[in-house]
Ligand binder design. Structure first.
Ligand code: SAH
Ligand code: SF4
Length: 403
């Protein structure tokens, strides 16, 4: 979400004739888009802001903006007090008004409509935000507090955004939202929205992130089985393999229900690649709970998993960390090792199979299942081609193109 917001902010600058740069020395303005999902992210944002003091001293006329979720949590008053050289602070809830409230000060009004630039995944992959905020109440999570309750963009606005990004060169669209598959537009379901986006001319592949296990409707599996342009991949965060912890987390599903959902999805698409998120060291997590998480790695056949140490985000006393730091560290390492081992197995299973690869360069692209794929030569950037997988190393498949 923050990457998508950063692209939108970048586009607002570009509409005013600014260019984006990685070089601080050249910058007339700096925007720090902050995250606070875990304490570490917030700490990184704070130290980044601290480092910008030097830039501001050298460029007193330069503008420094602090935006996003940590800005929302900490507040403008606190940040400006601690960092008096900051010009403006805009929290995540006001991110849409960033353009009106801030950069309007910087220059003439918008001049071109094609200002969007894909900055993060690949030049041909564009994010399209379809909902903001989140209305669930997972016990560990700060997102609803800093981004507010779920708000769905209209189907028309989403289609317009996607169409203009395809027109500007995007081949792949990633629809974004915290519970992306909970999207609804009047009577239009999430699957119907997917169908409408899939029908846009020029689109080669459609992804979405992140779906939540509670919101898969019956029409989705049929669509997934039918639509080859819909990626054979899903990032479906599970958080824990222990029913006791899932309940404390208020995730709304059990391990068994999650696995049954995977089974249902894989019945529609047998080679569906699934990745996930895990949190270790949730308050009160026992060794037994952790073993349930560990065993889920293999049972879920995940291609990849982000593993996080629980980071306290609320002041509620029952949420104070109760698992020792040493135990959390040991669990994290065990989990990472299990994920790595399992990824190897899952990747090796792809050897001998044919993958549909959307090429980014002549030698590199991504399979529908989101695997990185390398070939010796012959890929056409922006086009999908079939590749016979001949090897797997680290997180990358190698293969040869089929004509
Ligand atoms: N909306 C998505 C998750 C968004 S947050 C979903 O529910 O699936 C991204 C990931 O950060 C989560 O999946 C979770 O694994 C992790 N996370 C969120 N809050 C955390 C916390 N307090 N400590 C550690 N990890 C956390
Ligand atoms: Fe946070 Fe995701 Fe739960 Fe929403 S669904 S509260 S964003 S973890």
């Amino acid at each position: 979400m923050n990457e998508a917001d950063s692209e939108d902010i970048g586009a607002a600058f570009r509409r005013r004739g600014y260019e984006l740069t990685d070089d601080l020395k050249k910058a007339d303005a700096v925007v720090v888009n902050t995250c606070t999902v875990r304490q570490r992210a917030e700490d990184k944002a704070i130290s980044q802001i601290g480092r910008l003091r030097k830039w501001k001293l050298a460029r007193p006329d330069g503008k420094l903006f602090i935006v996003g979720c940590a800005a929302q949590k900490l507040g403008g008053k606190y940040l400006k007090n601690r960092f008096p050289f900051v010009d403006e602070v805009v929290g995540a809830k006001a991110i849409e008004s960033f353009e009106d409230s801030l950069i309007a000060q910087l220059g003439p009004s918008p001049e071109s409509e094609t200002a969007h630039q894909n900055l993060f995944r690949s030049p041909q992959t564009a994010y399209v935000t379809i909902m903001r905020g989140c209305s669930l109440k997972c016990s560990y999570c700060i997102v609803p507090a800093v981004r507010g309750p779920a708000v769905f963009l209209s189907a028309d606005a989403i289609l317009e955004d996607a169409a203009s990004k395809i027109k500007a060169g995007a081949k792949e669209i990633v629809l974004l939202g915290q519970t992306v598959n909970s999207w609804r537009g009047g009577k239009t379901t999430f699957s119907e929205l997917l169908s409408k986006v899939l029908a846009l001319p020029g689109l080669k592949r459609l992804r979405f992130m992140s779906p939540h296990p509670l919101f898969f409707e019956d029409d989705f599996t049929a669509l997934l089985a039918r639509e080859k342009k819909l990626a054979r991949y899903m990032h479906l965060p599970v958080q824990s393999g222990s029913d006791r912890i899932l309940k404390l987390m208020r995730r709304g599903y059990t391990r068994g229900q999650y696995l049954a959902l995977l089974e249902r999805l894989r019945a529609a698409v047998p080679d569906l690649a699934v990745s996930t998120d895990f949190i270790v060291g949730y308050p009160g997590e026992t060794e037994e709970d952790f073993l349930d998480t560990l065993s889920l790695v293999e049972e879920g056949r995940f291609t990849m998993a982000y593993c996080f140490k629980y980071s306290p985000r609320t002041d509620r006393p029952e949420m104070a960390a109760t698992v020792s730091e040493a135990a959390v560290q040991a669990r994290l390492e065990k989990l990472l090792a299990a994920v790595k081992k399992n990824s190897r197995l899952v990747l090796n299973e792809r050897i001998g199979k044919i993958e549909e690869v959307l090429f980014e360069t002549e030698t590199y692209g991504r399979a529908s299942g989101n695997f990185a794929v390398r070939v010796k030569a012959g890929g056409a950037p922006g086009k999908i081609a079939e590749v016979l997988v001949t090897g797997a190393e680290k997180n990358t498949l190698s293969g040869k193109g089929l004509l």
